[in-house]
Design a protein around this ligand. Structure first.
Ligand code: ZN
Length: 675
């Protein structure tokens, strides 16, 4: 389960910041997409063994690329090869509208790992003509075309042209429209031709009913395509020697190397079990693997590699392939350990009533990781927080691992700088300068306070049902954790602990939080709608309650017809955050449903239509891309004369098209069509 995507993050902002080696977080933009880069800071400080382990796991993460392309549609690999050969060999004018549209189409197809939009799953309509494509192909020899065995170019065109150009052919990758046959109307390649939704549901229902251990069900259907052969349904399992075997064998080869340089025996055992699963395709082995993986928390390096999330299957069973490698963010871990070690101090000094405080308070240490490579369904579009495994009984009996990917969050934040957002919405240069100086530190710290201390603080009075706040429960809980963070981020204790640089830093967080809650988060709401999502409601009720009680300490002011947040008295704002924290803690501890409802409905739901219209218009004028994805770094391996690895370096700066073409060369593992 991917918990967090960039869309759920608070919009952060600030002017461009210099980095040491000309590193740029923003790369090219096309269609509705913005390409970004991420840094792998800390890699150079790892031991050679750890670097080598990450390198092998990275290769394993890239080796499954073709699997995902084929899962996303049966013609994707052949279409990719066709588009790439035209792109590389085109001799005509590369500045015409047709060629430019062709280039954008190819970049979008790369981004989506197939011909359907990565998010909407609608087929991407080319803005160039079929005639342009046929003309471009006519200059290529048969050798340059991705023809199947015995296929002529005319036959290839007959199959592929409608798939590319006809909007009625394979219009949707994953159709969720109620009342239609979701399998027959979905282009995703998880079910063979002619298999109906009813047949698939019956097939898996029978399998579940025959399960001898229904309390510990395997992930039925997760790693196979269900096909009809001679009128009978059967699973083509994705494993070594089975469907996708050539890609899986390549992955296994890299995992074997990784196993040899694992940090601990436990980690080596995890990798060995995964190899075992890839060899056999046995889903009991998969459960054994995930249990070992969940229990292994000692090593610095960790990874995911395999059939993981099932969003692409309209029936939600079959898992798309993804892979990534990561290591612990030691600076972030040190930060959260400091907070956790002082959890009782924070609890004792909170403004909440003593009856609602915990006597024995222990913070938790957040697992912040650094992604080293993104592959399969995590590339280029990715999650920034991941919680696995997905098996319910494994989670219940053995727990799960939950991580936030710090360097990707950081990249999103840094990339947003200089996009004009802050210039548009922050009131003046002095406030912008403060945000620029302290914004990142305080964003991270507020998240840490929220996660490590906020949620864990306080207690319910005896006899109070944890669900008393019902539909308002999660909004109140998120608000409580946010307020805990807001109250304490201004505390001298944080300067004393070395977590904030000085007594001015917190002001950046106060300003951006209020600006987001009062104004800028409205960019994610449709005109005329109210606020529904729990995190957005909590930011709105916190910010609007403070505004309503601020008596001039905070104000919305107009300048040249535009609305801005003005903070006149930061000290008073802190007091107000403290007062609201005490009240929200009371509501939670006493289970005061009526007060929760009044607070949320009064301050957290309604949208000022005029302000909303203004904010949307100002945001639209910035012309920012709605979707973002990442270009990977490269790992450059140094070897001695005997071929032993002596060091590995991270290299940035590879162009998007170069990376995609290189991946198609170096990690092409599967035939164009996989039956
Ligand atoms: Zn939370």
């Amino acid at each position: 389960m991917c918990m967090l995507t960039a869309a759920t993050m608070a919009t952060s902002c600030g002017p461009a910041k210099e980095t040491a080696d000309d590193f740029s977080y923003n790369d090219e933009r096309f269609a509705d997409l913005q390409m970004l880069r991420y840094r792998v800071d800390g890699f150079e400080q790892l031991s050679l063994r750890q670097k080598t382990l990450i390198y092998y796991l990275s290769e394993a993460a890239l080796s499954g690329r073709d699997i995902l392309w084929d899962q996303n549609g049966r013609y994707n690999l052949q279409i990719r090869a066709l588009l790439e050969t035209i792109y590389e060999n085109y001799q005509g004018d590369r500045t015409t509208d047709d060629f430019r549209a062709f280039e954008v189409y190819l970049k979008r197809v790369w981004f989506s790992n197939g011909i359907h939009h990565h998010y909407s799953t609608d087929k991407i309509q080319p803005a160039f003509t079929q005639q342009f494509m046929l003309n471009a192909m006519s200059t290529l020899t048969d050798d340059q075309l991705p023809l199947l065995q015995g296929q002529t170019r005319e036959q290839m065109c007959q199959v592929l042209m409608p798939v590319i150009f006809d909007p009625t052919v394979m219009p949707k990758r994953t159709n969720q429209a109620d009342g239609q046959d979701l399998i027959l109307t979905s282009a995703a390649n998880y079910y063979g031709q002619g298999v109906t939704q009813q047949e698939a549901e019956d097939f898996y229902l029978a399998m579940k009913q025959a399960d001898p251990d229904p309390a510990h069900p395997i992930m039925f259907g997760m790693n196979s395509r269900l096909v009809k052969a001679d009128g009978r349904l059967e699973e083509r399992v994705w494993r070594s020697g089975g469907l996708y075997g050539a890609a899986i064998d390549r992955i296994i080869g890299w995992l074997e190397k990784a196993q040899g340089v694992a940090e601990t025996d436990a980690q080596a055992a995890v990798i060995a079990k995964l190899i075992d699963f890839y060899r056999t395709g046995d889903l009991h082995t998969f459960d054994d693997y995930t249990i070992l993986w969940v229990q292994d928390t000692v090593g610095n390096v960790d990874f995911t590699n395999g059939f993981t999330e099932s969003y692409g299957d309209p029936l939600g069973m079959k898992a798309s392939w993804e892979g990534y490698a990561n290591f612990k963010d030691l600076a972030a871990t040190e930060r959260t350990e400091k907070l956790s070690a002082n959890a009782q101090w924070f609890e004792d000094h909170s403004p909440a009533d003593a009856r609602f405080k915990k006597e024995n308070c222990r913070g938790i240490t957040a697992k912040v990781i650094v992604a080293a490579i993104l592959g399969g369904d995590l590339y280029p579009s990715t999650a920034i927080g991941i919680n696995l495994p997905n098996s319910n009984w494994v989670r219940a009996e053995h727990g799960s691992k939950s991580v936030t990917i710090g360097n990707l969050t950081d990249a999103y934040n840094k990339a947003a700088r200089g996009n004009g957002f802050q210039e548009e919405f922050v009131i003046d240069d002095a406030t912008r300068a403060n945000i620029n100086k302290y914004g990142d530190t305080c964003d991270d710290l507020h998240t840490d306070l929220h996660e490590c201390l906020g949620h864990g603080s306080g207690r319910l009075l005896p006899g109070v049902d944890a669900d008393s706040l019902k539909a308002y429960g999660s909004t109140i809980e998120e608000g409580r954790a946010d307020l805990f963070g807001l109250y304490y981020i201004a505390d001298p204790k944080l300067v004393e602990l070395g977590l904030t640089p000085d007594a001015e830093a917190y002001k950046s967080q106060y300003y951006t939080y209020l600006m987001n809650g009062l104004m800028t988060q409205l960019v994610r709401i449709e005109p005329g709608a109210t606020i529904e999502e729990a995190h957005m409601r909590n930011r709105a009720f916190v910010a609007h309650w403070v505004l309503a009680h601020a008596d001039g300490a905070v104000a919305l002011v107009k300048r040249d017809g535009k609305t801005y947040v003005q903070v006149n008295d930061y000290g008073r704002v802190r007091e107000l955050f403290g007062e609201l924290l005490a009240e929200v803690q009371r509501i939670k501890s006493e289970g005061d449903f009526e007060a929760a409802r009044t607070l949320v409905e009064t301050y957290g739901v309604k949208v000022d239509a005029d302000l909303h219209r203004e904010v949307l218009a100002r945001y639209k004028a910035l012309d920012l891309a709605p979707y973002k994805g990442f270009i990977n770094p490269e790992y450059v391996v140094e070897r001695d004369a005997q071929g032993n690895i002596t060091d590995i370096h991270v290299r940035y700066g590879e162009a998007y098209d170069h990376q995609m073409l290189r991946y198609s060369r170096e990690y092409s593992t599967l035939p164009y069509v996989n039956e």
